[in-house]
Design a protein around this ligand. Structure first.
Ligand SMILES: [Cu+2]
Length: 249
């Protein structure tokens, strides 16, 4: 029995929440590795297209905001680029080592003229996200995590901020109750191997260790697409994605 308990103790080092000798049904979880230690020769790049896109979204009325703010702001929940691609798509590697991002630089999510900048931000589990306001008015940063519940940070003047660290991967929509047209996505990832498309619809992820993975593309309106990815060496791999909105097929 003693021997069994010793052995069980070794195994339980890899099992979350099991520090006793009793039987366990807990799922084995691999410890996280420092994000900066994840490095390899692989590069994957490509573009994210949209087929038969819906009509462009009208801008959002941006008032009452504060002095100097534009009367409207773009609705960034769907940004169509001129070359047929889509912005604000998070492309990431799934199936690699799970990262702890506490060794990565702090990121900033700002509120400028009643708009989140950027609209979509990727942050690694354990990495610090500084959420701030540049506006001389009241905002509240209000979001709900599936793991930690409701968070609501009030910011009453320019320069106020809060540091937030997420412990689990999830994509969280945040908003402001004072200015209900404000929205952003905080995409908490298990990996530093990700890229977010911009005005050219391009993504590029480097430093991928050799291995077999899934490459996932996520957009807040159009959901997820996946493709297999195998990294064998440093030859860049090109992969394109094409979203087709469900009602346009
Ligand atoms: Cu606000």
């Amino acid at each position: 029995m003693t021997r069994f308990c010793l052995l069980s103790g070794v195994v339980s080092a890899l099992i979350v929440g099991n520090l006793s000798c009793g039987p366990s049904t807990t799922v084995t979880q691999t410890p996280r590795v420092p994000a900066r230690s994840i490095n390899g020769p692989g590069i994957v790049q490509g573009r994210v297209f949209i087929q038969n896109p819906p009509p462009a979204l009208p801008p959002l009325k941006n008032e009452p905001c504060c002095e100097g703010a534009p009367a409207t702001v773009p609705d960034e929940s769907m940004v169509l680029n001129d070359n047929g691609t889509l912005a604000n798509v998070v492309v990431f590697i799934e199936g690699g080592p799970k990262a702890d991002g506490s060794d990565l630089d702090k990121l900033v999510l700002d509120q400028i003229y009643c708009r989140y900048v950027p609209h979509v931000i990727g942050v690694v589990v354990g990495q610090t996200l500084n959420i701030r306001s540049s506006d001389p008015i009241v905002h509240n940063v209000h979001f709900k995590s599936a793991f930690t519940g409701d968070s609501n940070y009030w910011m009453k003047s320019a320069g106020e901020s809060v540091d937030v660290v997420f412990k689990m991967p999830e994509f969280i929509k945040t908003g402001c109750d004072v200015h209900p047209w404000m929205s952003a996505y905080i995409c908490v990832l298990d990996t530093p191997l990700f890229s977010i498309t911009g005005s050219e619809g391009r993504f590029s992820i480097s430093g991928i260790p050799e291995g077999k993975y899934k490459l996932v593309a996520w957009h807040e309106r159009f959901g997820k697409l996946e493709q297999p990815l195998e990294i064998k060496n440093d030859t860049p791999i090109w992969i394109d994605f094409t979203f087709t909105p469900p009602n346009r097929r």
